[in-house]
Design a protein around this ligand. Structure first.
Ligand code: SAH
Length: 306
């Protein structure tokens, strides 16, 4: 029974963390990307998208407003752009100096080992790099030839060796994904034991080669939150924006299935529309600093606080 599974998972989460949800400030740093992932709206070949990279001032202003609202983790996420990521290290160092107690999480794709090392030395302490699919042949149907699962996994190992807390994960219901593929994903996560697990449903973006495939299932996503919570009781598992895009109660449903993190969006409004990973993403108006109160109220209805 689905309900039993969710209840067991949420009991494990409550045992570990209490009825407490951790908030992370998501800052969508840049949509400039050298990759061409078949599912992703910010892929290189999408010429319909205006490209942006947040300035140092923008980033620090986002952090400042998030800190003042009580958030203690900043997440910089963006397209894969090695020279820009290298340059970002200076801003990371400033963030570290200004907010010594904050956690700084990065999600910038596959970068040279030296760049990871520089970002780590500059004060970043966590890194999210979804493995996207544990099955190499499925991985190859989602990513063009130069990209390889093996390399992505090597990056995850490098990140861990550098002392980053790492996060992995995948989309649920990505095109061509089989149940066996998901089982392989679960097994891979189980053996790598990441500190964080990022997963949400696939949502098609019309300006991508996979834009005509159906969205993943919200229920299946919830089932995976629950399974992974039971497998890795202490993991940080966000109830993701993609899930809230699919169903209005996505955030609380995710928590009731074992997720324990929310990532409100602190990207400045003028750039937000251009960080279009998938269709409808920017309709999620609640993922917004001004809407923090709404998140607190929603959590309150299910007996959780931040
Ligand atoms: N460039 C970074 C960050 C990628 S965007 C990286 O390579 O890790 C963050 C995540 O959004 C991706 O890992 C992917 O799993 C998810 N994503 C991209 N396109 C999506 C889509 N169409 N539907 C749902 N999730 C998507």
């Amino acid at each position: 029974m689905e309900e039993d599974l969710y209840r067991n998972a949420r009991e494990v989460a409550v045992e570990q963390f209490g009825h407490i949800i951790w908030l992370r400030a998501l800052i969508e740093w840049s949509n400039v990307c050298r990759n061409d992932c078949f599912y992703c709206g910010i892929r290189r070949s999408n010429t319909r998208l205006p490209r942006y990279t947040l300035s140092r001032e923008d980033i620090l202003a986002c952090c400042d407003s998030a800190w003042k609202l009580g958030l203690r983790t900043f997440v910089l996420q963006g397209g894969e752009n090695p020279p820009a990521a290298q340059a970002l290290a200076e801003t990371v160092a400033e963030m570290r100096a200004s907010w010594p107690e904050a956690a700084i999480t990065l999600s910038l794709g596959e970068l040279p080992q030296e760049t990871y090392a520089l970002l780590r030395r500059s004060g970043a302490n966590r890194y999210l790099l979804r493995h996207e699919s544990a099955n190499p042949s499925h991985y190859a149907r989602l990513h063009p030839a130069p990209m390889q699962l093996e390399h992505r996994l090597a990056c995850l190992h490098e990140l861990r060796a550098l002392g980053f807390q790492t996060g992995m994960g995948m989309m649920v219901g990505s095109p061509f994904q089989t149940t066996d593929d998901l089982v392989a994903d679960i097994r891979l996560i189980e053996s790598f034991r990441p500190e964080m697990i990022g997963l949400g449903p696939f949502i098609p973006h019309p300006d991508t080669p996979l834009g005509n495939y159906p969205a993943g299932s919200a229920e299946r996503t919830l089932r995976l939150y629950a399974i992974l919570r039971l497998m890795l009781p202490g993991a940080w598992i966000p109830s993701t924006t993609a899930l809230s895009t699919l169903r209005p109660d996505g955030r609380t449903a995710g928590i009731l299935a074992g997720a324990n993190v929310l990532m409100p969006n602190f990207t400045p409004a003028r750039q937000r529309a251009a960080y279009a990973l998938y269709e409808g993403k920017n309709g999620v108006a609640v993922e917004n600093a001004a809407m923090l109160t709404q998140i607190l109220e929603e959590l309150d209805t299910i007996g959780y606080h931040v």
